[in-house]
Design a protein around this ligand. Structure first.
Ligand code: GAR
Length: 197
């Protein structure tokens, strides 16, 4: 099985979906550790309650930025990590970290990429009067939210939606497609195009 580490910053509901999926005996990946850049991330306690290794690293403790990412890679490698899943990890990663994990690191983003890269995706979809919205799992490449998409799911935007109701509808789909995309990467069905290597 592929060894997977999950990077989080908060709640960890996508992390939980990956942990649950990986419990199936025929799932091609196992979760070996969860790393947060916030010590108070609620997801850390959830991971620990499943007996999964956890670590937290505050960026503020690393005045030299690359040392933060280098330390993350050391921790990930100490877990034997093959694949990194970003799950609500709310920091931009530097290029050397992205290059190190290129083709082996994926992210879940709450929009139908390439629309609404970045933050506040639900608010922006509502402000635009979009009729559909959704989520994407994609390979992480140096450009923010720009890597090749592995899977997407669409939801309708309904009359009376708020950012809260719309994000809740999208989140149901995030929890469905993230484990599926990780399965595809772990069993070799999803690959980053060779031109990006
Ligand atoms: C999720 O909706 C995820 O798509 C989003 O943050 C949320 C984390 O929730 N990610 C981003 O916005 C990345 N820029 P979770 O901690 O419950 O998985």
């Amino acid at each position: 099985k592929a060894k997977v580490a999950i990077l989080i910053s908060g709640r960890g509901s996508n992390m939980s979906a990956l942990i649950e999926a990986a419990k199936a005996p025929d799932y091609p990946a196992e979760i070996v550790g969860v790393l947060s850049n916030k010590a108070a991330a609620p997801g850390l306690d959830i991971a620990a309650s499943h007996g999964i290794a956890t670590a937290s690293l505050a960026q503020s403790k690393f005045p030299i930025r690359e040392m933060f990412e280098d330390t993350m890679t050391q921790i990930l490698e100490s877990w034997g990590t093959d694949i990194v899943c970003l799950a609500g990890f709310m920091r931009i990663l530097d290029e050397s970290f992205v290059d190190h994990w290129l083709g082996r690191m994926i992210n879940i983003h709450p929009s139908l990429l390439p629309t609404y890269k970045g933050l506040h995706t639900h608010e922006r979809a509502l402000a635009d009067g979009a009729t559909e919205h959704g989520c994407s799992v994609h390979f992480v490449t140096p450009g923010l939210d720009e890597g090749p998409v592995i899977l997407q799911a669409k939801v309708p935007v309904l009359a009376g939606d708020t950012a809260a109701t719309l994000s809740a509808r999208v989140l149901v789909e995030e929890h469905r497609i993230y484990p599926e995309a990780l399965r595809m990467l772990a069993n070799g069905m999803a690959r980053i195009p060779a031109t990006l290597h």
